[in-house]
Design a protein around this ligand. Structure first.
Ligand SMILES: [Zn+2]
Length: 536
């Protein structure tokens, strides 16, 4: 009876409710829109969204039919849904003898609760991180999830949290070291600077170290001998690769975890931070069919990223590009990348010799460490190959001396080299919190004497965007040395030139880099403190 009463009460009112021209709704209040139609439209949109969400998560609808299901749901779905809802409500009401509105209210409550739990599930999926070994086994599988006690799962949670935290904070390295007998410190290298983020008890730390060693394919029982391994972390559709090295130290075991910069292949020379003039010099050097471009700088000075940026300038469809790296940081399309592995006797020198037989146009060498590699690379650069390589040293002059000291002949060096690039990375100021610099009178006088505009110099502050450091990201400063004909003659036989270069070894003379860095300071990209920290 109740249902019939309800429908009957609706039907007589319905025509006048929906009548737009002469009906009571619009005749009483004259609004520029029909509120009833607007309400219907909003309900319609909500129902459409709900249906689309249902299809998105429904395992019954195959992926390829989902777009069609969305379109159908937008036109016919809400009507179908309303009919089903009314029919279901009527059925339940007649069965349980409960009022229609009560059942309707209950059903709506259930629907909203469902939607909320789905959303929460999706959020959890996005934030969950999974650590996998090189064969794709998860850390839980390695540990045998079911048979272990609760303590293990707590440690695995802590390990995953540690890695997720490092990824969130854009860390390039994670260092876990014993501080003393009772505590371990966890430090992150963010934008090239180490920060202590956690102190943990020795027992917990040892368990975390073991779980990382296990997922990296290392021997857990071996605590003294240095070992290395690798693992990957998957989160919300992204993958990060890590390299792990362990070593026994005085009060325990030390672990260094390095995050490979997989975005390195997306950088261009402009992204790296080079000036227009520097970019054009580099571009003309890498356009040539032969010669060697040598990148110099200490560890973590961004040499590899600049090398990838150079490779991005090269047309890799028309030129056969082969790289030899240790390790491969980033996958570069249309390139043959080879990773060296000294344990399996795959060294830089041996790999270089073999790839020379594969008719390469461009050879990229991760790092020149010995005479053999240097010689093969320089000879290749003279015989119709463009060679890009990096060497670990402070400046361009030091690189020349280093190569001569390795045993390379001055003649070979002078004829092979075409460009030297030495590089440093400066932290960029966070744009959300940088504040005008407080300069001393002395410093202002110095700037005025040199005619430098100091009005755009900023200091670091710190906010939630930059993890309270005041800096966010980095930019490169470079010093270029083009090997001109005169320089070739000097390198090949001028003893005074070589002696002068030798004098520079060990000195912190990086006046060119300082000049480049100062330009970045006065244009508000970095700070005077950062200039002092990096280039002195
Ligand atoms: Zn900030």
């Amino acid at each position: 009876m109740q249902i019939l009463d309800f429908i009957q009460s609706l039907i007589p009112n319905l025509p006048c409710l929906l009548r737009t021209e002469t009906g009571p709704v619009l005749s009483i209040v004259s609004l520029p829109f029909n509120p009833l139609r607007l309400a219907c439209l909003i309900v319609w949109i909500y129902l459409c969204l709900y249906l689309v969400q249902c299809f998105q998560f429904s395992p019954l609808v195959p992926q390829k039919y989902r777009p069609a299901a969305y379109i159908i749901s937008l036109f016919a779905g809400p009507i179908l849904l309303l009919i089903l809802l009314i029919a279901d409500t009527l059925k339940k009401s007649s069965q349980s003898k409960t009022g229609i509105f009560k059942i309707l209210k209950q059903q709506l409550q259930n629907t909203f609760a469902n939607m909320r739990s789905r959303r929460a599930e999706r959020r959890r999926d996005d934030s969950t991180i999974r650590l996998l070994d090189s064969s794709g086994r998860s850390i839980d599988e390695i540990y045998g999830h079911s048979g272990k006690k609760r303590k293990d799962s707590h440690i695995l949670d802590l390990t995953e949290q540690l890695i997720a935290d490092a990824l969130d904070r854009r860390a390039s390295d994670i260092l876990i070291d014993p501080e003393d007998e009772a505590t371990y410190t966890v430090r992150l290298r963010i934008d090239g600077v180490l920060r202590t983020v956690k102190k943990l008890k020795t027992d917990t730390s040892k368990a975390i170290v073991n779980s990382i060693k296990a997922v990296s394919g290392m021997d857990i029982s071996e605590k003294r001998r240095p070992q290395d391994g690798a693992f990957i972390a998957k989160r919300a559709g992204t993958t990060a690769s890590f390299r792990v090295a362990s070593a026994g130290v005085l009060s325990g075991e030390k672990l260094s975890i390095r995050l490979l910069n997989q975005e390195a292949c997306t950088f261009t020379l402009a992204d790296v931070g080079l000036t227009k003039k520097q970019r054009s010099i580099i571009k003309s050097a890498i356009k040539k069919p032969s010669g060697m471009v040598l990148l110099c700088g200490p560890t973590g000075s961004g040499k590899t990223t600049t090398m990838y940026a150079m490779l991005n300038e090269i047309d890799r469809f028309t030129r056969n590009v082969i790289t030899v790296e240790d390790p491969i940081e980033s996958m570069l399309p249309e390139t043959s990348q080879i990773e060296i592995n000294p344990k399996a006797d795959i060294t830089f020198a041996k790999t270089l010799r073999s790839i020379l037989r594969q008719d390469p146009d461009v050879i990229c060498i991760g790092e020149i460490r010995d005479e053999e590699t240097a010689e093969i690379a320089l000879r290749a650069s003279q015989t119709g190959h463009l060679v890009l390589a990096t060497i670990h040293c402070d400046s361009n002059a030091t690189a020349l001396v280093r190569l001569l000291d390795l045993g390379v002949s001055p003649l070979l060096l002078s004829s092979g080299l075409s460009l030297l690039v030495s590089q440093r990375l400066l932290r960029r100021l966070c744009n959300h919190c940088k504040k005008p610099a407080q300069l001393s009178q002395n410093r202002i006088r110095k700037f005025e004497r040199k005619g430098i505009d100091y009005t755009n110099i900023f200091d670091a502050a710190g906010c939630r965007h930059c993890d309270k450091t005041g800096y966010l990201g980095r930019t490169a400063v470079c010093d270029l040395m083009v090997i001109t004909d005169q320089l070739k003659v000097d390198i090949a036989g001028n003893k005074a030139f070589i002696a002068e270069a030798r004098n520079e070894v060990g000195k912190k003379d990086s006046s060119n880099l300082s000049r480049q860095a100062l330009k970045k300071v006065i244009s508000g990209i970095t700070t005077l403190e950062e200039l002092k920290r990096v280039v002195g």
